[in-house]
Design a protein around this ligand. Structure first.
Ligand code: CA
Length: 333
């Protein structure tokens, strides 16, 4: 159990003050190049009177860009006269990782989305997680955390929520996913949900919505556009921003079991046999892994364990045993 000591993070913003505030979550971090230094995590609070609170984040993984691009933009442009309640924006949650362009923190190798509930007396990453767990999440009515595939995965662009034991909470989350109006909407399951921000929010009874919008350690014009339109739609849907949701066409996808994931069992060079969004039949070859140490060796085949569409794929050209090679999802009405 984490102790009850207060978080070392000092916000330079006030969460209950009306107007627009651009500031920092200042986390003391003493080190060789700055004895009394701090990590300065950008935060924006836009408040206009009473109403629901939306907590928006990107950069949970530091090499995913649609969320930060949409959220720095939103912080700069959202007019508080259009707001009823509070919008809290943290565009780069694992700020040290974001600055380094890496999934995990260069300070402590912390993966933010495996660090919850965090610790006030832990590593830098655990201290940030603890601040979200005990200070930010309890304020929120709706929590939105942007993800993309990062350097090693690429996804069809989707907004997602988890299937949950609390069906009323699950429905609220799926309604927000529908409002986001990405080209795809996902009923998502996780390989391992322990330590995730998602799980922390859901266990607190919060409506939690996420995305996977492309990947490869960069962004695309299409996916950034989806992120910018989608987050405004979710804020309108939640009643935090004025105006009607601009609904677009979306295809719902389901991840019915762990059979949707395929993992490489060999090192080598990966050859994608199906492109993202294309239909696949059960048993179809999704990818081949070519051994490169010598010639004359047949490639290992990775086959689909269910029919559906290819929703995600390994991005770099080289693959290692254990890497997630492909994800198949099932189209539902
Ligand atoms: Ca991610």
């Amino acid at each position: 159990m984490s102790s009850l000591r207060p978080s070392p993070i000092a916000p330079t913003v006030e969460f209950d003050r009306d107007g627009v505030q651009h500031g920092f979550l200042r986390l003391p971090y003493s080190r060789d190049d700055s004895a009394w230094g701090s990590v300065m995590i950008p935060i924006c609070v836009i408040r206009n009177g009473k109403g629901p609170t939306a907590l928006l984040s990107g950069g949970n993984h530091g090499d995913e860009y649609e969320g930060p691009l949409a959220l720095y933009d939103l912080a700069r442009t959202l007019d508080p006269s259009q707001v009823s309640g509070t919008v809290i924006i943290v565009p780069a949650m694992n700020y040290p990782a974001f600055r380094a362009g890496t999934r995990t923190s260069p300070i402590d190798k912390g993966n933010m989305n495996r660090s919850f509930p965090g610790r006030p007396d832990g590593t830098v990453t655990e201290k940030i997680a603890d601040y979200f767990q005990r200070e930010l999440l309890p304020r929120a009515d709706i929590v939105f955390d942007f993800h993309s595939g990062g350097k090693t995965l690429d996804f069809v662009p989707f907004c997602a929520a988890h299937t949950l034991p609390d069906k009323a909470l699950e429905q609220k989350a799926f309604d927000a996913v529908a409002a986001f109006s990405a080209p795809f909407s996902m009923r998502m399951i996780e390989i391992d949900s322990v330590g995730m921000y998602d799980t922390a929010a859901e266990e607190m009874g919060k409506v939690f919505v996420s995305t996977e919008l492309g990947g490869g350690g960069t962004s695309r014009a299409q996916t950034v556009g989806i992120a910018r339109r989608g987050i405004l739609n979710v804020l309108r849907h939640a009643g935090v921003v004025a105006g009607a949701v601009e609904k677009g066409r979306t295809q719902w996808l389901d991840m019915p079991s762990g059979d949707c994931f395929s993992f490489a069992e060999d090192d080598g060079m990966i050859e994608t046999m199906v492109d993202l969004g294309e239909p696949v039949e059960e048993g179809a070859v999704l990818a081949r892994i070519h051994s490169t140490g010598r010639t004359g060796i047949a490639p290992q085949e990775i086959r689909a364990k269910m029919s559906g569409v290819l929703a995600a794929r390994h991005f770099p050209g080289l693959v290692k045993a254990g890497d997630c090679a492909a994800v198949v999802a099932v189209e539902v009405d």
